[in-house]
Ligand binder design. Structure first.
Ligand SMILES: [Mg+2]
Length: 210
């Protein structure tokens, strides 16, 4: 029985296809190219590997390339004009209001980005706690201590908690710890595991709704 649902934010609450995530990726690549002094074509390949090895590009830049001004990075990569990209305002707002168990946020982005998106959809008040990358000392998903930290705040056994995320690699540790997972896979990309999946947050199974 699911008694709490933890949501990712980027490409989970809004769909991958709306362009917001692409704009963020473009900015991350641009920042990285400037920071490490390599052409964009090379950076895209390096970044893919970095996410596999370090969880996030940010952590890779910190550990391997000496990035220290992490606020500068986080400010640069997150677009401020969210209303230009985010779709389905009323539908998304309604579905979150219909969820019948307590809900929370676990994002690998900064609170500023989380805030803008949750404010746009008018759902911020529904989530408790809201955990961003800075509260995890910039060491976010998929590190297991991140999941342990939020579970401690929620105060429920992991078997009663569902994690919803668009990144399968962020769901695997939670699943291995005994948790329930739901993958948001808009483009039906091939997966490693056989997790339950939906294409869009609006397809959240009715069993979680009132
Ligand atoms: Mg995401």
């Amino acid at each position: 029985m699911i008694k709490h649902i933890i949501f990712d934010v980027d490409k989970t609450i809004y769909p991958d296809s709306c362009g917001f995530g692409d704009e963020m990726d473009r900015r991350i690549s641009e920042y990285t190219a400037n920071f490490i002094g390599k052409p964009l074509s090379e950076v895209d390949i390096l970044r893919k590997q970095s996410v596999k090895d370090y969880g996030t590009t940010l952590r890779w830049l910190q550990l391997e390339h000496g990035l220290t001004d992490t606020d500068h990075y986080l400010d640069f990569v997150h677009p401020v004009d969210v209303e230009k990209y985010l779709p389905n305002k009323n539908e998304v707002k309604n579905i979150f209001h219909k969820i019948k168990v307590p809900i929370s946020i676990l994002s690998n982005g900064p609170m500023e980005n989380v805030d803008r998106i949750l404010h746009f959809y008018e759902v911020k008040d529904l989530f408790n706690p809201i955990i961003d990358i800075k509260m995890n000392q910039l060491k976010g998903k998929p590190y297991t201590e991140v999941y342990e930290r939020i579970l401690k705040i929620i105060g429920l056994p992991i078997e009663e908690v569902l994690l919803v995320d668009d990144v399968e690699d962020y769901l695997i540790p939670f699943h291995d710890m005994g948790g329930n997972v739901l993958l948001v896979n808009e483009h039906n990309r091939p997966t490693k595991m056989n997790f339950n999946q939906i294409r869009n947050i609006l397809e959240l199974p009715p069993e979680y709704l009132t």
